[in-house]
Write a protein that binds this ligand. Structure first.
Ligand SMILES: [Zn+2]
Length: 465
């Protein structure tokens, strides 16, 4: 559909019908991206104080764990240093808290709030509510960040995503896709025959941009390049999401589609957290979120640590100092694009993807991904891979091979991984046709799935008799 018609006659009316009034925030957010860090601090402090007041008055969980006048103390704060001290005295909220105290955190929820179910990748679904104005703000911030990629509201999107199973879910997905002007392609079905069909369809659909999982889009980009197809002429940008985008991912995708890649970083609980600008900086959606990093129980507004965030406008299930499980490096704002929004200089991925060795060391997943990327750089030997730690002393490496793959390469991979992790680790190499995605649709390239017995962290200094 024509983007302007879609925007005026479908997208805005449909979202307004559900109580989301985007026009209330568009001007504000547009100007806010260029605000100084001081201006952003004042805005966030005001919104945070109001949210805290609502939480202690209306949500049993916060009433139980916070002082009744916490928001009054917060309203007396004027400097970032004082706020940081105050913020650090508040308890952290973990995913387990959100799962275990979902009702108590939400209390009585307004009818216009919508339920969000997310977190399939951890195996435990997380449930929360989000009020309509918070949803509107989330969508406005996301739409604004798409403008950085040259994509306007209503532009045609081709989306590599999951396809629902049940008829009802399929029908709802079709309606959402129609309203959002999307064409959906299954990220779960990526054989050469599937991709040949996708390419033919996309020539007709003429999407302005591709959106979806890094791994699926890279696979499609490589398919286009290897089969000498022309890049899709309608494309202006590719927006990747949900999985870590490596430099080689970016290179392959930009080669295959001949347009720039813009990475989005987000999560189901709060939506888009950060988005790349024209200069390649991953700017935090600071109009909606207070994002910090935590080290040893203390949160900071700079440096490396586990992401801790507050969703400033979600009054339905308030997330205050919510620990996300992702590690990142946070830098102050200041980018050659002129925006004052803080920058995530690196997103290091999920805590549970770290491999633990029998000797008690922890290996960051990127160290393992690097081995595969290096090998792939010399010669494309696989289409996709997954390293699964299924026992403390055992890894299963799954590879979808290309025609360039041979047994010697398989041995090289095993040797390099063993050198990186531990000489005592056992490895089974499996050549497969597909690698199963998580329920959420994400592909976990380095995955740790130990039995309860193996899941205890080894003690580095304990001698076994
Ligand atoms: Zn920038």
């Amino acid at each position: 559909m024509n983007p302007l018609l879609n925007k005026l006659f479908l997208y805005y009316p449909a979202t307004a019908f559900t109580g989301e009034f985007h026009f209330l925030y568009q001007g504000l957010y547009r100007s806010q991206q260029y605000q100084s860090s001081d201006g952003l601090f004042r805005y966030q402090l005001q919104k945070f104080t109001a949210l805290l007041g609502h939480a202690v008055h209306h949500k049993p969980y916060y009433r139980r764990i916070l002082p009744a006048d916490a928001h009054l103390d917060c309203s007396q704060i004027h400097t970032p240093e004082d706020f940081q001290r105050f913020y650090n005295a508040l308890p952290l909220l973990t995913k387990q808290d959100l799962i275990g105290h979902h009702q108590e955190l939400s209390g009585e929820v307004h009818l216009s709030s919508r339920i969000k179910t997310t977190g399939g990748s951890t195996g435990e679904p997380v449930k929360l509510y989000k009020n309509a104005s918070a949803l509107a703000r989330e969508r406005v911030a996301t739409a604004l960040s798409y403008e950085w990629a040259g994509i306007q509201v209503g532009a045609k999107q081709a989306r590599f995503w999951g396809i629902p199973h049940s008829n009802r879910a399929k029908f709802l997905a079709r309606i959402t896709d129609l309203v959002a002007n999307r064409y959906r392609l299954s990220a779960f079905d990526m054989t050469d025959a599937d991709m040949a069909g996708y390419y033919r369809h996309l020539l007709v659909v003429k999407p302005a941009y591709l959106y979806g999982y890094v791994s699926a889009i890279r696979l499609f980009a490589n398919y286009i390049k290897q089969t000498n197809l022309a890049p899709l002429p309608s494309l202006k940008a590719v927006i990747t999401t949900s999985e870590v985008l490596s430099e080689l991912d970016r290179h392959d995708i930009e080669q295959g589609f001949a347009v720039k890649v813009f990475n989005e970083y987000g999560c189901g609980e709060v939506g888009s957290i950060a988005h790349e600008c024209e200069q390649g900086a991953l700017h935090v959606m600071a109009s909606n979120l207070l994002v910090q990093v935590e080290r040893d129980g203390i949160t900071y507004n700079h440096g490396t640590g586990e992401i801790v965030l507050t969703d400033l406008h979600n009054y339905a299930t308030p997330l205050i100092r919510y620990k996300l499980g992702d590690y990142a490096t946070l830098a102050p704002g200041g980018c050659s694009c002129g925006r004052g929004l803080p920058v995530l200089s690196r997103v290091h991925g999920r805590a549970y993807d770290i491999i633990h060795t029998p000797e008690g060391r922890s290996i960051h997943p990127e160290a393992i991904i690097y081995i595969f990327e290096k090998m792939q750089e010399q010669r494309a030997v696989f289409k996709q891979f997954q390293v699964l730690q299924d026992r403390l002393d055992h890894l299963t490496i799954r590879i979808i091979p290309t025609a360039n793959f041979n047994n010697a390469i398989g041995r090289d991979i095993q040797l390099a991984v063993r050198n990186k992790i531990s000489p005592t680790i056992q490895i089974t190499l499996e050549l497969v046709n597909t690698i199963v995605r998580e329920k959420s649709g994400k592909l976990r390239v380095v995955k740790r799935q130990l039995t309860a017995d193996d899941n205890r962290l080894p003690m580095a200094n304990t001698q076994r008799s």
